[in-house]
Design a protein around this ligand. Structure first.
Ligand SMILES: C[C@H](O)[C@H](O)[C@H]1CNc2nc(N)[nH]c(=O)c2N1
Ligand SMILES: N[C@@H](Cc1ccccc1)C(=O)O
Ligand SMILES: [Fe+2]
Length: 276
C-alpha cells in the first residue's frame, strides 16, 4: 500500500519538486556524499548568519536552548558528525534523504529516532523562502530541538502513534497537526508570541511575517480545529496556531482521543485557514 520510490519520484517531478530519487533506498534514504562546492558553503554561511540573528529575536526559548546545545554550525553540516553528538545527547541520528519524502516513511524514521535531512541546499536566489524542504530547513529548523530530551521523546512518540492513526484513515489529519505545530506553530513565552515551528525558523521572510506582521492570522491552539484545517506548502500560512506551551502540545497529543477525533471528522468538510 505504501508508495514506491519510483512512483513517488514521478509525482515529485510532476509537481516541479527537485529531489533526485534515482539512488534512493526503499526507506527513502541516500548517502549524504559530502562534496559541496565553495558556492554552496557560502550560501550556507549567509543563511546561517542572517537567520541566527533573526531567531535570537523571534524564536521561542525551547529552540534557542537547542541551538546552544548543538553548538555553532558555520559550514554545511556533516550528518555523521552531528549524529555522533546527537546520539550522546538524546539518542537521535540524522539520515540523508533526496528531499520531501512521503509522510508514512517520514513518520517511520521518527519512530526509530532518525531524523531525515535533505542532502541539497537552496540556491542563492531563494535565500528568503523555498517552497519545499531543503537541507537548511531540515537542519537549521528541526535539528536544534532534537538535542532537548523532552522534545526528542515527543518526536519519537509522534512517529510511533502516527503509524496507527494513518491506518484509521487519519493520514491527512495527523499531517495537518504536524504541519501547524512542528512546522509552523507559534508559542507563548512570557506574554509574547514567539516562533516554534521549523518551517518558520528556516525562512527569513515567513519568520518575520508570522511573528510580527499585523496581517498574520493568529489562532489559539485547539487540537481538533488544527486537525481539520487544510494547508498549502508553497505559500505563507494563512493561519498560525499559538500554543500556550510545549507541554500543552504534548498533553494534547498524548491525552486526546485521536482515534475518536479522526472517526468524527475524517469524512467531514475541511476548514479553511483563512476563516477559522
Ligand atoms: C508529516 C508531514 O507530511 C511532513 O510535512 C513531512 C513529510 N515529508 C518530509 N520530508 C522531508 N524531507 N522533510 C520534512 O520535513 C518532511 N515533512
Ligand atoms: N518554506 C520553508 C521551507 C519549507 C517548505 C515546506 C515545508 C516546510 C518548510 C523555507 O523557506 O525554509
Ligand atoms: Fe520540516
Amino acid at each position: 500500500m505504501e508508495i514506491s520510490v519510483q512512483d513517488y519520484a514521478r509525482e515529485c517531478a510532476d509537481k516541479g519538486l527537485r529531489g533526485n530519487y534515482d539512488v534512493c533506498r526503499s526507506d527513502f534514504t541516500v548517502e549524504q556524499e559530502y562534496d559541496y562546492t565553495d558556492a554552496e558553503q557560502e550560501v550556507w554561511r549567509i543563511l546561517s548568519d542572517r537567520q541566527t540573528k533573526l531567531t535570537k529575536r523571534l524564536a521561542h526559548k525551547s529552540y534557542l536552548d537547542g541551538v546552544e546545545a548543538l553548538g555553532l554550525i558555520d559550514r554545511i553540516p556533516d550528518f555523521d558528525e552531528v549524529s555522533q553528538k546527537l546520539r550522546k545527547l538524546t539518542g537521535w541520528e540524522l539520515v540523508a534523504v533526496p528531499g520531501l519524502i512521503p509522510a508514512p516513511a517520514f513518520f517511520d524514521h521518527l519512530a526509530e529516532r532518525r531524523f531525515p535531512v535533505t542532502n541539497w541546499l537552496r540556491k542563492h536566489e531563494e535565500l528568503d523562502y523555498i517552497v519545499e524542504p531543503d537541507m537548511f530547513h531540515d537542519f537549521f529548523g528541526h535539528v536544534p530541538a532534537l538535542t532537548q530530551p523532552a522534545f526528542a521523546d515527543f518526536m519519537q512518540m509522534y512517529g510511533q502513534k502516527a503509524e496507527g492513526l494513518i491506518e484509521l484513515g487519519g493520514g491527512d489529519m495527523i499531517e495537518r497537526l504536524y504541519w501547524y505545530t512542528a512546522e509552523f506553530g507559534l508559542m507563548q513565552e512570557a506574554g509574547q508570541v514567539k516562533a516554534f515551528g521549523a518551517g518558520l525558523m528556516s525562512s527569513f521572510s515567513e519568520l518575520q511575517f508570522a511573528v510580527e506582521s499585523p496581517d498574520a492570522h493568529h489562532v489559539p491552539f485547539d487540537i481538533e480545529t488544527v486537525m481539520r484545517t487544510v494547508y498549502e506548502i508553497d505559500k505563507f500560512q494563512r493561519a498560525y496556531f499559538v500554543l500556550p506551551s510545549f507541554s500543552a502540545l504534548r498533553d494534547g497529543f498524548e491525552k486526546s482521543d485521536l482515534a475518536a477525533i479522526i472517526a468524527r471528522w475524517k469524512d467531514a468538510p475541511v476548514l479553511d485557514p483563512a476563516t477559522i
